[in-house]
Design a protein around this ligand. Structure first.
Ligand code: BDR
Ligand code: CA
Length: 310
């Protein structure tokens, strides 16, 4: 029995690996990829999602483009990490997989409504599309099995002292999702910085020897070079596929159930996830917060998925 999944993303180097892990592992039945403005403008993230599928030879997964900017803010793309087209590094081929003409929010609502079983929703970018889905189509919320989101942090940020990029890009959307009462797992920087792209990892992906692996190595090299410049981290963290890995195998990460508030107004902290790890507030928990990654198991999953693709 495979797990039906909708992946909402903003590719972005690590989003591409999330797409590949979802498409290349038999435990996942990837029912659609939707895109949002985040790492790049929507036109780039949508094109990049189609490129990720094209490179991997995946032709049967619909792609739909969603929100081009956050609910209440302007978009600031993550060009300092991902480049101007959000997928710096490799020469990008023309995508051949088609684009569904529906808005992603409509596509998500239609797909959830038509499904006979609940679907797992995996967002790896700002939560704009998911918040709009819950606001505009609350009737499909019971069809969401769970949400596994890459974003936030229990500690440090990456766009300021505390805020993480996906939460910071659209904190109002994150607040909607965290208040939804839906089963929610937060995969933040505290765990994603355990998924470091070491030289061994790059060699292992390269040794797979297919087109996906060659493209993947170029993505990893660019991503590590910008991480070195921006954060002094020559081994960049491959954040997004941890979400898919958790859907495949819960044992890949430990979690702690707790209450998370989203800071939308702080002078220094807007976009921070306030994770009450020590239950100081006594509030009802609203998320499973991922804490510790089984690093070898994670890279096995990623490598095996790349090997299963074109
Ligand atoms: C998150 O922001 C983007 O740079 C990555 O794709 C990831 O989703 C990490 O903060
Ligand atoms: Ca992302």
């Amino acid at each position: 029995m495979s797990i039906p999944v909708l992946l909402d993303c903003d590719p972005g180097h690590d989003d591409v690996f999330a797409i590949w892990l979802a498409a290349g592992n038999d435990a996942i039945d990837l029912r659609g990829v939707t895109t949002v403005g985040g790492n790049g403008y929507l036109e780039h993230t949508t094109r990049n999602a189609r490129i990720a599928l094209t490179v991997a030879g995946v032709t049967d997964v619909p792609v739909a483009a969603g929100a081009d900017k956050p609910l209440k803010r302007e978009l600031t793309p993550g060009a300092w990490i991902h480049g101007d087209n959000a997928l710096g590094g490799p020469v990008l081929p023309e995508p051949t997989v088609p684009l569904d003409q529906r808005h992603a929010v409509q596509f998500l609502a239609d797909t959830l409504a038509a499904s006979t079983e609940p679907l797992t929703v995996i967002p790896t970018g700002p939560l704009t599309n998911i918040a709009l889905l819950l606001q505009q189509h609350p009737e499909v919320a019971p069809k969401i099995q769970e949400i596994i989101w890459m974003g936030g942090s229990t500690g440090r940020g990456n766009v300021g002292a505390y805020p993480e990029f996906n939460a910071w890009a659209d904190p109002e959307a994150a607040a909607v999702v965290f208040a939804s009462g839906l089963p929610l797992t937060m995969v933040g920087l505290n765990i994603s910085h355990q998924a470091l792209i070491t030289e061994d990892v790059i060699q292992r992906i390269g040794a797979v020897g297919n087109a996906t692996s060659a493209f993947g190595v170029e993505l990893m090299r660019f991503f590590c070079s910008t991480y070195e410049k921006a954060e002094g981290m020559p081994e960049g963290p491959l954040h997004d596929p941890i979400t898919v890995a958790i859907a495949i195998d819960r044992a890949v990460a430990s979690v702690q159930r707790c209450h998370v508030d989203i800071e939308t107004t702080g002078e220094f902290t807007a976009g921070a996830t306030c994770v009450d790890l020590h239950d100081m507030l006594g509030k009802e928990p609203n998320a499973d917060v991922a804490i510790t990654l089984d690093v070898p198991k994670f890279w096995d999953l990623v490598t095996d998925a790349v090997a299963a693709l074109a």
